[in-house]
Write a protein that binds this ligand. Structure first.
Ligand SMILES: Nc1ncnc2c1ncn2[C@@H]1O[C@H](COP(=O)(O)OP(=O)(O)OP(=O)(O)O)[C@@H](O)[C@H]1O
Ligand SMILES: [Mg+2]
Length: 378
């Protein structure tokens, strides 16, 4: 008989618990949330974790997921100490790569964070040790592509090479920042966890093209769609079903770089139900911002359930914009009210009520004069 398995240290959250917390902020993206939650649980337990690459179109929740992890760690100092975290925009790494200092830049950011956590009086060796097993988010990693079309992008090649020197490397020479004495030391960066994300604009089209060329359209699933009352068959192409490493090589991620990622996770296009929830519930949603704006003008904005549904449905028709489509659609509806809300039609006793008919009008107006942007009622 084996002994019963050891209970996890009670302070450590399980992947399911982490996923529940992240899922409050990131709707829909179950696979990506799970993958990141398991990685984070392992990291917090002090284990080695494979790096993750998130691929998802604009507005699908990549940056939101990274922020949610940062906030989760920040909410509990004991957890935060288990994994120092930094989030870096790939463009910064690209620029530093030109000077040959990109990997140093990443480590310096980690060192600064670690010093903030441990206090300025902490011994440098302790700060270095803390930083060297941190979590590094690199956002917009697709900006580090080695080529754009036929054009070689030297900064991208250098940046990928620079990151390679950090990933899985047990002895990286590192010049410490001046506040840490400025000496050059050897750092073991093999325990860093990298989570990189990018929209990889154009990847969708190129993979679709490859699939159509190689296998024909018959290989794609068709689904029956009923939009605006008419029913038709639509070919369904899901990037996650077809994406191969070769597609990412062709995009300009080098094989050496890509081989350092254990998991490539493709985020889903958001559906109408998720868009609805994001519109009414997310902290930075266009609806909330609008409520706040009208409140600042002394007006209570009320929007009917059917109006919200119509907005979510319209946004879902632009899957490539993700949740960003909500802002675009809602802007078309609400913009005319913003200029002179006191004289807006539909205003009564300090309440401005938007119903589905107002949404329809706004959308029609947006279609007619999408190029111009008059602020009036036209
Ligand atoms: N899955 C999601 N759950 C909740 N909110 C989301 C989700 N996806 C996007 N949003 C909302 O949409 C906006 C844009 O999302 P985010 O910045 O995460 O997109 P992204 O995937 O990083 O896109 P990009 O590639 O353009 O940077 C944010 O305001 C966020 O609140
Ligand atoms: Mg983003």
């Amino acid at each position: 008989m084996g002994a019963s398995p050891p209970a996890p240290p009670s302070a450590l959250p399980s992947p399911a618990k982490i996923a529940a917390a992240l899922g409050k902020r990131v709707l829909g993206q179950v696979d990506a949330v799970r993958e990141v939650s398991v990685a984070l649980a392992k990291k917090l337990a002090g284990l080695r974790v494979g790096n993750i690459l998130l691929v998802g179109s604009s507005g699908s929740g990549k940056t939101t997921l990274m922020r949610a992890v940062e906030d989760l760690l920040a909410s509990d100092p004991a957890l935060a100490l288990r994994s120092t975290v930094v989030r870096i925009h790939a463009n910064v790494i690209g620029e530093e790569a030109q000077q040959g200092t990109a990997s140093e830049r990443v480590m310096h950011r980690l060192l600064e964070r670690a010093r903030d956590q441990l206090g300025a009086a902490a011994p440098v060796a302790r700060v270095v040790a803390q930083a060297s097993h941190g979590l590094v988010f690199i956002d917009e990693v697709d900006k580090l592509r080695s080529r754009v079309g036929d054009q070689v992008q030297v900064s991208g090649i250098r940046a990928q090479e620079a990151l390679l020197t950090l990933i899985e490397n047990e002895a990286v020479p590192l010049r410490l920042p001046d506040w840490a004495g400025g000496a050059t030391v050897q750092v073991d960066s093999s325990r860093l966890l990298f989570v990189c994300a990018g929209a990889f604009e154009g990847l969708y089209e190129s993979v679709f093209g490859r699939v159509i060329q190689g296998q024909g359209e018959q290989s794609l699933k068709t689904t029956t769609v009923s939009a605006t009352g008419r029913i038709h068959e639509e070919v369904r192409f899901a990037l996650r079903d077809w994406l191969r490493s070769e597609d990412l090589f062709a995009y300009g991620m080098t094989p050496q770089f890509l081989s350092r990622f254990d998991a490539v996770v493709v985020l889903e296009p958001l559906g109408e139900a998720e868009l609805y929830k994001i519109f009414v519930g997310s902290a930075d949603s266009a609806l909330r911002q609008s409520h706040a704006y009208f409140a600042s003008q002394g007006i209570k904005l009320e929007i009917s359930e059917s109006a919200v549904r119509r907005i979510a449905a319209e946004a879902a028709r632009q899957p490539r914009l993700g949740a960003r489509a909500l802002k675009e659609v809602f802007r078309r509806v609400i913009r005319p009210y913003e200029f002179d809300p006191e004289h807006a039609p539909g205003l009564a006793e300090g309440r401005l009520r938007i119903d589905v008919a107002d949404v329809e009008r706004g959308l029609a107006r947006g279609r007619d004069d999408s190029a111009t942007s008059s602020g009036g009622w036209g």
